[in-house]
Design a protein around this ligand. Structure first.
Ligand code: SAH
Ligand code: SF4
Length: 357
């Protein structure tokens, strides 16, 4: 990329301005926006209805995408996973998830993650940096260029904690909506539970979908799994999610990772039901995707998962279960990038948790 600026991440008015600066009419900027955001064009030569002289001039100062693909894997069940970087060899990942009725994608918000959750491959790798809005949007567009079907749903469940990068994530959410034409309702931000940032996000009143990674209703257990709980406990975190629902009217999701005999006990199912009762929400159960955490975590047996689910349903809580996709290509959070650690990614062994609001 050198020091050429990426066009992805710019709004239509910004692209119009670039066209005018290069001696063209403003409508050329609108044509650029169409090629980049609607057609997911990757090369200047693809932009057929733009004059060659304009394309050449653009290519001197700009690139379309900031990203280079280092690895592309396709799983036997139709999932594509890309490992990308922007020229600095700090790699991160994004995944295309086709379903029968819709196509979704999972994207990263940071290179690595500083939150240190003890079950997470990304967390174990440490933190490098925040992604720019351009790098966030470029993941979607790269994945879109792999499929004829339109990607209608985006989840921020790849590498990183989106609410540690709120400014760029909000900028990206607005571009997804304004430029690419996705419904805010189809955009999901998943957070480890940063209370001040949840409250800040609520003030923007974007009708996006917010998911909280809760993983236990019991403070002692949640703190063992997620160091963030030492800063904001279950009660404070859930209060912020309830207020988020009150401010936006959006049903919230609770992500609940299930680890055998750690957080899948009947007592925790009962406590979870009690905690969330009365707030419109869905509990999404995620059986642990095995990564070598060094602490012996295992995925629960099917009977334990079913028992946990039945207890919630008995209390009339809406429950879904994540179906694992792309197992053969390590499509779960942080796994593929983790395999390249040392080869591409620079990691620092200890990073202090940036928990101060
Ligand atoms: N940082 C955000 C979003 C990225 S992680 C968050 O934590 O919510 C996306 C989801 O993947 C989270 O719910 C996280 O708890 C889950 N996850 C992490 N490691 C996992 C593993 N080994 N198996 C299953 N889910 C995992
Ligand atoms: Fe970071 Fe989310 Fe992994 Fe926790 S689960 S370390 S917050 S990416």
């Amino acid at each position: 990329m050198g020091n050429r600026e990426p066009l992805i991440g710019k709004t239509t008015p910004e692209l119009e301005q670039i066209a005018v600066q290069l001696g063209e009419k403003a409508f050329r900027g609108r044509q650029l926006a169409k090629w980049i955001y609607e057609k997911a064009a990757r090369e200047f030569d693809d932009l057929k209805d733009l004059p060659k002289a304009f394309r050449d001039k653009l290519a001197e100062s700009h690139v379309i995408s900031p990203l280079t693909v280092t690895t592309h894997r396709t799983s036997t069940d139709g999932v594509d996973k890309l490992l990308v970087h922007n020229g600095d060899n700090q790699v991160y990942e994004c995944v295309l998830l086709p379903y029968s009725k819709r196509v979704s994608c999972c994207i990263s918000s940071q290179v690595g993650c500083p939150m240190g959750c003890t079950f997470c491959a990304t967390g174990m790798g440490g933190f490098d940096r925040n992604l720019t809005a351009s790098e966030i949007i470029a993941q979607y567009l790269l994945l879109q260029s792999l499929t004829e079907r339109r990607i209608s749903h985006v989840v921020f469940m790849g590498m990183g904690e989106p609410l540690l990068n709120v400014e760029n994530v909000i900028k990206a959410l607005n571009i997804f909506h304004d430029e690419i034409g996705l419904s805010y309702r189809h955009l999901t931000v998943s957070t480890v539970g940063l209370v001040p940032q949840i409250r800040e996000l609520a003030t923007h009143k974007l009708p996006i979908h917010l998911a909280l990674s809760l993983h236990s209703p019991i403070d002692e257990i949640r703190s063992r799994l997620m160091p963030v709980n030492n800063k904001w406990d279950v009660a404070e975190t859930w209060a912020a999610m309830r207020d988020y629902h009150a401010a936006t009217g959006r049903k919230v999701t609770i992500e609940y990772l299930l680890i055998s005999e750690v957080n899948d006990t009947p007592e925790q199912a009962e406590a979870l039901a009690k905690l969330v009762k009365g707030t419109p929400c869905v509990v999404n159960l995620i059986p642990f995707n095995w990564v070598d955490t060094g602490n012996g975590f295992q995925r629960p047996a099917r009977t334990r998962i079913n028992a946990f689910r039945s207890t919630l349903e008995y209390h009339q809580i809406n429950v879904t279960e994540r179906v694992e996709r792309g197992h053969d290509i390590a499509a779960a959070c942080g796994q593929l990038a983790g395999q390249h650690k040392g080869q591409f990614a620079r990691r620092t062994p200890s990073n202090p948790l940036p928990l101060a609001p």
